[in-house]
Design a protein around this ligand. Structure first.
Ligand SMILES: Cc1cc2nc3c(=O)[nH]c(=O)nc-3n(C[C@H](O)[C@H](O)[C@H](O)COP(=O)(O)OP(=O)(O)OC[C@H]3O[C@@H](n4cnc5c(N)ncnc54)[C@H](O)[C@@H]3O)c2cc1C
Length: 355
């Protein structure tokens, strides 16, 4: 599956459209159901801490094939995990996955975001979500919204095929991650039944699941960074410039950065999902990993661009697309705040996680 996804990624980027063929390939490979609990026909991949290495490896393989597909798949795993942890409608997600439809998590908002108003038998959502990946293609995304008068959101699984919902994909004029179909979704009184509403107010942001869960994004991004390193090496092989000591210096920075990132992400995944871990310590580790990963990834991209030269900015070579995708995907929420939180936790401990 992965080579076919990689082979299609250039077309997906050019079309800036939802990668429907790739999601179908994930479904055919059983990967849409795999995150679900075994009782619902899955492999328990999203929520079974014992399988964290398997989930991390899978996210990295998908990210290596295509960061856009990896981003969508990570959102699907997150939706399943949240529904599993907080009593959501897992049977609905299982039926959707069995039908080949992916879910996702739409939390980002600018300003106040959607409000949820209590009505008989459920809630009505009114307001706007931004940066919704798969908008117009996802049928049952997880959407957060605050009940009127509260700052603590609940989780909803609206049926996007129902009335009172409009999608705007024209806003996604992105340099990279073009094939994620990321858009704005406006809810105008869309009804969500109680059965499709879950979590106590604020559960969505509960530690360590929310902040710690960023390890999954890093696992996907690691795949993209590894692909850039491989394309960088291949380009130097073709040009014969790998014999130059300056070029080799830069390549060593990129390769060393990838290796550091690989070890960091594996450890972040382990700590974030360890049931015995102290939640603030686990979150601080993932926060530190996020900040460090960003620096390592930007250095890897910079080395590839400099060593390969103008060719690294020109299609149809996939190097340019992979760099654009990772540069864009690295823009994750509150990265500076993550570094700040990690430092605040580490300062009184001499900068170490272990005494
Ligand atoms: C490809 C892609 C797909 C996405 N898909 C989804 C999706 O499906 N669902 C979803 O919910 N989201 C999605 N997002 C959005 C994502 O979760 C983040 O909301 C988004 O990437 C935030 O980026 P930002 O640069 O605006 O971050 P920000 O956190 O706004 O950071 C931008 C800058 O502002 C600074 N900053 C932030 N807050 C403050 C502050 N209070 N004071 C001072 N400085 C501040 C930061 O340090 C940073 O320098 C997606 C993003 C991408 C790139």
């Amino acid at each position: 599956m992965a080579p076919a996804v990689f082979a299609r990624a250039g077309e997906v980027d050019a079309a800036a459209a939802f990668p429907a063929a790739d999601i179908a390939a994930l479904a055919d490979a059983g990967l849409l159901t795999a995150p679900l609990p075994t009782a619902l026909g899955g492999d328990g991949l999203a929520s079974d801490a014992a399988q964290v290495d398997g989930l991390a490896a899978l996210l990295t393989v998908v990210g290596d094939a295509s960061l856009t597909v990896g981003r969508l798949y990570e959102g699907h795993c997150n939706a399943v995990l949240l529904a599993d942890r907080y009593g959501g409608p897992l049977a609905t997600l299982a039926a959707e996955a069995a039908a080949g439809r992916i879910s996702g998590v739409w939390n980002a908002e600018r300003g106040d975001g959607p409000l949820a108003t209590r009505v008989a038998g459920g809630w009505r959502l009114t307001g706007r979500k931004i940066h919704c990946s798969g908008a117009g293609s996802l049928a049952r995304p997880l959407v957060t919204a605050r009940p009127e008068g509260s700052d603590a959101p609940l989780m909803f699984l609206p049926d996007m095929r129902g009335p009172g919902i409009a999608v705007d994909l024209a806003v996604w004029q992105a340099a990279g991650m073009r094939g994620t179909a990321t858009g704005t979704v406006v809810f105008d009184g869309a009804f969500v039944a109680d059965a499709d509403t879950f979590g106590a107010p604020g559960d969505y942001y509960r530690a360590p699941l929310f902040a710690g869960g960023a390890w999954r994004v890093l696992a996907v991004q690691l795949g993209g960074l590894g692909r850039i390193l491989a394309l960088h090496a291949a380009a130097l092989g073709r040009s014969g410039r790998g014999g130059d000591p300056v070029v080799r210096q830069r390549f060593a920075v990129a390769a060393g950065g990838y290796e550091q990132a690989r070890l960091l992400v594996a450890e972040a995944a382990r700590r974030a999902t360890d049931p015995a871990a102290d939640p603030p310590a686990a979150v601080a580790y993932v926060d530190l990993a996020r900040g460090s990963f960003e620096a390592l990834a930007l250095a890897g991209i910079d080395a590839a661009r400099r060593n390969v030269g103008l060719g690294a900015f020109l299609g149809p070579d996939p190097l340019d697309r992979c760099c654009r995708d990772l540069e864009t995907y690295l823009r994750q929420p509150m990265l500076d705040a993550s570094r700040d939180n990690a430092a605040a936790w580490l300062l009184p401990r001499g900068g170490r996680f272990e005494p």
